[in-house]
Write a protein that binds this ligand. Structure first.
Ligand code: C2O
Ligand code: CU
Ligand code: CU
Length: 560
């Protein structure tokens, strides 16, 4: 049961046309500097009329502040969790150490504060932050936990681009939500109402000049096919991880869950005009989230064109940007000839968007204790994704930004020719991405890669990789004692254990998995011993050597 007021925006727009977009678009406040304090807490927020919706917010009632960071700065962040449940906060797209990345391995229990710091290494672009707790991301994001991050750098600062936040440079966080009659959220995959920056029925007064919009699809599941109701063209200038080489003129732009695009809209000749940012979702196939057919269920926003937000063009500001720049930055994609290896990832399973389905990566449901991939620091890798499932998925990789090499063998379209961290992949499509794993080795805390359909992610369409600096493990804190070597490490088959000098007497060798279960016990009677790692699942293992009263621990990574 829904209030009449909760009619989806597009129905209202048919009934009362522009009168229905009566709420000024909320522009989230900014936090700047190098110290960020974020408090995650339950709240209430009024989306419609005077009905309060119970929400979660970050320093506020719904969503969080926009964090403005400068490339090169070292920032400190304190996240206080005032919920009654565990959360985590992930800095989506930022290239930061695994220990600060905020995935499910970095829970923030209720009533605790997570203090971290990292150096901002990314180029200027639009990123975001959101919870990533084990199997509970979808609901927490739906309740309101997300915020934008704008990274600035000196290269972008040289360009003649709009960059006055909330004046000619607008955050646009796209989300769909459904409400119950009592105002509470009805958490569902494909909801019936659009909100932008937490504003329902939003309008935005834009100055008659070139304006920039930072589009973020912060929806749990839905994709959008963006354009304007008057079919005016606009220019894509950046995607997830940075600027394009030059503005790319389009009239439609698909954006899947987690993706960002920055666009320029030339309003210099449009003063007095009113039009809509629209999702032309009638163009979606049944295999896309927000298209039609059984897989999408019956949301009134499915497979129709619907207005998202009204734009009214008002007087220009002082010193407006009035031209679309002809070029932006030089983009130099990594080359496949320089790749150290290729990994094959298949997307498996079947289901609908309205249920969780049984989607996996490589037929392995997510297991926190299982390391799916071990990457060597400084390697360049190609990951080839093949979508064997029946639906489209937005795939996301933590830690690094990548370049899309090709889609079914064809170079990516110009708007995707930038650093990215999410790519949309259709059924039967093969997408290759290339990336270099620089900077952060950590042999115990993995990075995630997953479908950014938050229901698929929570239900196991996720995997994890570690980046290690030294295949022999001699940089590991647990192997500072070089008395014993374990190699090769990572191991894919036979593992050799070797004492440096003569074995002083029989030793007990016990191998533990990452959760402390014993997987093997042997007696070592000579200086060398072989084990077969094929009998163990991929992951991290700890080997104890007990000889007389002495215990030596070694770490072993198995990846076959
Ligand atoms: Cu935006 Cu692993 O997430
Ligand atoms: Cu991420
Ligand atoms: Cu998916």
């Amino acid at each position: 049961m829904k209030y009449l007021l909760f009619l989806p925006a597009f129905l209202l727009s048919i009934i009362c046309n522009s009168q229905s977009f009566f709420n000024p678009l909320s522009i989230p406040p900014t936090l700047t500097g190098t110290n960020f304090n974020l408090t995650v807490a339950p709240s209430t927020h009024t989306f419609y009329g005077s009905t309060a919706t119970p929400t979660y917010g970050i320093n506020g009632s719904y969503l969080g502040p926009t964090l403005i960071m400068n490339k090169g700065d070292s920032v400190s962040i304190a996240v206080t969790n005032n919920l009654t449940q565990t959360t985590s906060i992930h800095w989506h797209g930022l290239h930061i150490p695994a220990s600060t990345d905020g995935g499910p391995h970095s829970p923030i229990p209720a009533a605790t504060t997570w203090n971290i710091g990292y150096k901002v290494l990314n180029n200027a672009s639009t990123f975001w932050y959101h919870p990533h707790p084990h199997q509970n991301t979808a609901t927490q994001v739906y309740m309101g936990l997300a915020g934008m991050i704008i990274v600035k750098d000196t290269v972008e600062a040289q360009l003649n681009l709009p960059r006055t936040y909330g004046v000619d440079d607008f955050p646009v966080v796209l989300q769909d939500r459904s409400f119950n009659a009592n105002g509470t959220f009805n958490v569902e995959a494909l909801a019936d109402s659009m909100i932008v920056n937490g504003t329902a029925n939003a309008y935005l007064d834009c100055p008659a000049q070139v304006v920039r919009m930072r589009l973020l699809n912060g929806s749990n599941v839905r994709s959008y096919n963006l354009g304007f109701s008057d079919n005016r063209s606009f220019y894509v200038i950046a995607s997830d991880g940075g600027l394009l080489s030059q503005p790319f003129q389009v009239t439609r732009l698909k954006i899947s869950g987690g993706e960002r695009y920055e666009i320029l809209v030339d309003l210099t000749a449009s003063i007095g005009n009113s039009f809509y940012l629209t999702s032309f979702a009638s163009a979606f196939g049944n295999i896309e989230p927000g298209g039609g057919g059984m897989a999408n269920g019956n949301s009134p926003l499915n497979a129709v064109d619907f207005p998202i937000m009204q734009l009214n063009v008002v007087a220009a500001t002082a010193n407006p940007v009035t031209q679309i720049p002809s070029s932006l930055i030089s983009v130099t994609p990594l080359q496949t000839v320089n790749a150290n290896r290729t990994r094959n990832k298949t997307l498996e399973g079947n289901g609908m968007f309205t249920n969780m389905g049984n989607f996996t990566i490589n037929n392995l449901p997510f297991d926190m204790m299982y390391i799916n991939d071990t990457v060597l620091l400084n390697d360049t890798e190609v990951w080839q994704f093949t979508n064997n499932s029946n639906l489209a998925h937005p795939m996301h990789i933590h830690d690094i930004s990548f370049y899309i090499v090709d889609r079914n063998g064809n170079a990516p379209p110009a708007h995707e020719a930038a650093l990215k961290d999410v790519f949309y992949i259709m059924p039967n499509e093969i997408v290759r991405v290339i990336m270099k794993f620089e900077d952060f080795a950590n042999d115990t805390i993995p990075y995630m890669y997953h479908c950014h359909n938050l229901m698929h992610e929570d239900n196991g369409m996720m995997a994890q990789f570690i980046v290690i600096s030294d295949p022999l493990g001699s940089n590991d804190e647990t192997s500072s004692n070089e008395e014993i070597t374990v190699y090769p490490n990572p191991a894919s088959g036979e593992v050799i254990l070797k004492w440096k000098d003569a074995l002083p007497g029989n030793a007990q060798v016990v191998v533990y998995n990452a959760v402390g279960q014993i997987v093997c016990t042997e007696t070592m009677s000579s200086g060398t011993m072989n084990l077969n790692s094929l009998q163990w699942n991929n992951g991290i293992y700890f080997i104890s050597f007990v000889q007389d009263k002495k215990v030596v621990w070694k770490k072993l990574i198995v990846n076959h």
